[in-house]
Ligand binder design. Structure first.
Ligand code: GLC
Ligand code: GLC
Length: 807
């Protein structure tokens, strides 16, 4: 069942039924001011860090689930309704929520009164605009009372939900006839405040939550709204909010527009106040004047739309598969940009108060947006590499506001260092710019410890080389990519983290997955070294690669698939010898991509096993059979009920590895089959089962052993976005940035007979026309001349290159 439809021309998903199976959200913002917006106007805003600088309040685990946002109450002759359906749930005559790229438009109508609400964060400004237009489609004059309201958060989102003995004393606001300023803690240690403003004077306001709502009422029946009034309450302590009321007379056919703005301002320490206790509002006024008219808002909105169109034109495909095109051109790239901004911090599943930026997550995310924002990617790489230690190990996470490693979690996730090579090599391939290797980059953010970035890559490899176990395979540490495979932790205490509970440091448990990574990225680093003339070093690295490759062939092969790991007692994990967890997906993907045992047919066999044993209707499950009991020696993986999360769901992140691996062995049909199974656009029709947004990937889809088989969870912030983007563009379409030029090596399924791709690569536009006759013969012509090989040598003097490929 569908709850809306794609509008590809507008780059939108249009939700037409507000009863979506879960809140379907969207994101706004790019440079600091960020918002989450659900299809019922729920969600919240923050500045840069969702934990330390939360602007509006949102209660996770609330009842109902999605409660609190920007609410507009329209009282039309006693019928009160909201443009996003919640919180009142008054039945609407019509409803649409158009989630677009960085904005949403709500179009709803009740009793011939139409409301159009346009919401977005403009480029380059720290505010969210909500432009609300009411149109009277009846033939009588309407007298409408409109309340707009948001609820302030007291900045630190954790304190805000815990430290009430303090919080309920500190709330402070300033009020004038268009604006409520939220200035809690500004008197002392903060230099930032927020405001809620309207472009016309209001007819009343409230800034105290309990007064506006009424102590025994709720968002469904706020006292002020029911009584068509405002109490002009001035918050002092308790919970400050901002509400503006308007009494509007709207004639038949007439429209009235009000622009609501939630803004954020920082002042220098010596410019904080105008006079004692009165905040300096200069910057706020500038921001307010910038969005005071419909024309100004429209211009800002168009600028935003154009920015996205330009950005996404970097890669565009027009093939005979509409769903594939829509994901590649619009939603998958958009999701990659959202993960660039959010990492894993704030979604409807990530509270914004938990994880910082992950080392491995951020490195992998880069693969999805490097082509869109290479400059910002370079900065990001530097931030990530700066939390690495000199021995090559790394902090697992860092906080975006401070950029410091997170000491609570520490390091010891032994796959982490290698992801840096994945990110840096991809950066060089995309930009052709090797100077990144010289960028002075500190270790553990210590001043004076700066070394050229290439030394960080060396340290990464060296860490693996010097940390091997009894079989010559890399030690796993606290976990590798699979956070839940905790072979050295042995956790018994309820509530403790499975990853950091360290009471059993075996020094023995090994990971075949890291072996696959080492071989793949070790070879990659060797290529970089050769390209910069360091042949001897490259040879040395390749020797190390060979030794891990040999160990994997010898100890990492189970007969029909790759083993997953060796535990602390040197027992196999992910082998037919095990009772549960006989096969894991991760090493099948990575070892095949790394071509380990290629001439022995390992990859082909491994992928056949993946198809036979792990593939379900919605993709490839992470392992099989699911663990039925808790295994203390395996850790969190066996803590989840069967079919959920790491214990046997389709963990979407590693599905694209199987897609790519299948293209490596030349199985194009199967590659596309795996791609299709968990592709959101393909799952739109079964939204009642899949439940999450049909336009973005989720982290997991419950596996066959789960009670809710097929149900997705944790949408938006997942490495699935970048890896699928990589798989779709570089493996299936085969448009691969390479060191010396653009490689074109498509692996299209038979059903895609033609694909016209435009790709802007290092400033040159490539028009690539791929004809797929499935002949098995590859032919490339450039500007009508036929060419040997698959790489178009880069020539910066050309501005446009026309390429024809026939397959
Ligand atoms: C989550 C984590 C990621 C990890 C994965 C598998 O997606 O963010 O770092 O690799 O789970 O456990
Ligand atoms: C990852 C895993 C999750 C685990 C968490 C621990 O997010 O997906 O299952 O609980 O890491 O940090």
């Amino acid at each position: 069942m569908k709850f809306g439809h794609f509008d590809d021309k507008e780059y939108e998903y249009v939700i037409t039924n507000y009863n979506t199976p879960l809140p379907w959200i969207n994101y706004y913002g790019q440079d600091g001011f960020f918002s989450l917006m659900s299809n019922t106007c729920g969600g919240y805003m923050f500045y840069k860090d969702a934990k330390l600088r939360r602007i509006t309040r949102f209660r996770y685990n609330n009842v109902p689930r999605d409660y609190g946002g920007r609410y507009y109450y329209i009282n039309d002759n006693g019928t009160i309704w909201n443009p996003g359906f919640l919180p009142l749930k008054t039945k609407l005559d019509s409803y649409k929520c158009r989630h677009g790229l960085g904005y949403s438009i709500f179009e709803s109508e009740k009793n011939d009164l139409k409301c159009e609400l346009l919401c977005f964060v403009p480029l380059n400004d720290l505010c969210e605009i909500n432009q609300l237009t009411l149109t009277n489609n009846s033939n009588k004059v309407k007298n409408v009372t409109l309340h707009g309201v948001i609820e302030w958060c007291l900045w630190n989102a954790v304190d805000d939900q815990t430290n009430f003995q303090r919080n309920w004393n500190i709330g402070e606001v300033e009020i004038d006839d268009k604006t409520i300023y939220h200035k809690t803690e500004y008197r002392e240690r903060r230099n930032h405040y927020a405001f809620y403003h309207t472009n016309i004077k209001h007819d009343g306001f409230d800034s105290d939550l309990d007064t506006f709502i009424g102590l025994y009422n709720s968002w469904c029946d706020p006292s002020a709204v029911l009584n068509k009034t405002s109490y002009n309450s001035k918050a002092s302590g308790w919970s400050p909010i901002a509400s503006h009321m308007f009494n509007l007379e709207i004639k038949p056919g007439e429209s009235k527009t009000i622009i609501f703005q939630t803004g954020y301002v920082e002042n220098e320490d010596d410019k904080k106040f105008e006079k004692l206790h009165v905040i300096n509002k200069e910057k706020a006024y500038l921001l307010q004047e910038k969005y005071a008219t419909k024309e100004q808002v429209l211009k800002a909105f168009n600028d935003l739309k154009n920015k996205w169109v330009t950005l996404l034109s970097t890669l565009n495909v027009k093939s005979d598969n509409e769903k594939f095109d829509r994901m590649v051109n619009i939603w998958n790239q958009y999701q990659c940009m959202v993960t660039f901004n959010m990492s894993r911090s704030a979604s409807y599943y990530e509270s914004g108060t938990g994880r910082g930026m992950g080392f491995r997550d951020s490195c992998q995310d880069l693969l999805g947006f490097l082509h869109l924002i290479p400059e910002k990617s370079r900065e990001r790489i530097k931030d990530i590499a700066s939390i690495q230690f000199e021995d090559g190990s790394t902090y697992h996470q860092y906080q975006p506001l401070t950029k410091r490693g997170n000491a609570d979690i520490g390091g010891g996730f032994n796959d982490d260092p290698l992801w840096l090579i994945a990110a840096v090599s991809q950066y060089i391939k995309e930009t052709g710019d090797y100077t990144i290797l010289d960028d002075p980059t500190p270790f553990n953010n210590k001043e004076g410890s700066e070394k050229p970035l290439i030394d960080h890559l060396r340290a990464s490899l060296n860490y693996i080389i010097t940390h091997k176990g009894p079989h010559g395979l890399p030690l796993i540490g606290r976990a590798d990519w699979n956070d839940c495979l905790n072979l050295n932790c042995f956790s018994k205490t309820p509530g403790e983290s499975f990853q950091t509970a360290s009471n059993f440091e075996s020094g023995k448990a090994e990971s075949v997955f890291i072996a696959g990574m080492f071989v793949l990225y070790g070879k990659e680093f060797a290529t970089i070294l050769k390209n910069i003339g360091k042949n001897d070093e490259a040879t040395k690295i390749l020797k190390e690669v060979k030794s891990v490759e040999d160990a994997t062939i010898k100890y990492g092969w189970d007969g029909e698939w790759f083993v997953r790991a060796y535990d602390a007692f040197e027992h196999k994990v992910g082998s037919h010898e095990c009772e549960d967890g006989q096969i894991f997906v991760e090493p099948q993907g990575f070892c095949t991509m790394a071509r380990i045992g290629e001439d022995l047919g390992y990859g082909k066999k491994a992928l056949d096993s993946v198809e036979k044993i792990l593939t379900n209707d919605y993709g490839v499950e992470i392992l099989h059979p699911c663990y039925k009991e808790y295994h203390i020696e395996l850790g969190e993986v066996s803590s989840y009920p069967m079919g959920y999360k790491e214990n046997g769901s389709v963990f979407c992140h590693n599905n694209p590895w199987i897609v790519i691996a299948n293209t490596v062995i030349g199985n194009n049909e199967r590659a596309f089959d795996v791609y299709r199974r968990n592709c959101p656009a393909y799952l739109e029709e079964v939204s009642e089962i899949h439940k999450t947004e049909p336009f973005v990937y989720s982290q997991t889809i419950a596996g066959r052993d789960a009670k809710n088989y097929g149900e997705a969870k944790n949408s938006w912030l997942t490495g699935t976005a970048s890896w699928t983007m990589y798989a779709a563009s570089q493996a299936i379409l085969g448009i691969k940035p390479d060191y010396d030029g653009l490689m074109i090596d498509p692996h299209l399924p038979k059903e895609i007979k033609n694909a016209k791709v435009t790709r802007i690569f290092r400033g040159v536009k490539y028009n690539i026309n791929i004809t797929n006759t499935a002949s098995g013969k590859y032919l490339m012509t450039i500007n009508n001349k036929s060419i040997e090989g698959k790489v178009i040598p880069f020539d910066k003097n050309q501005s446009e290159v026309n390429v024809d490929i026939s397959l």
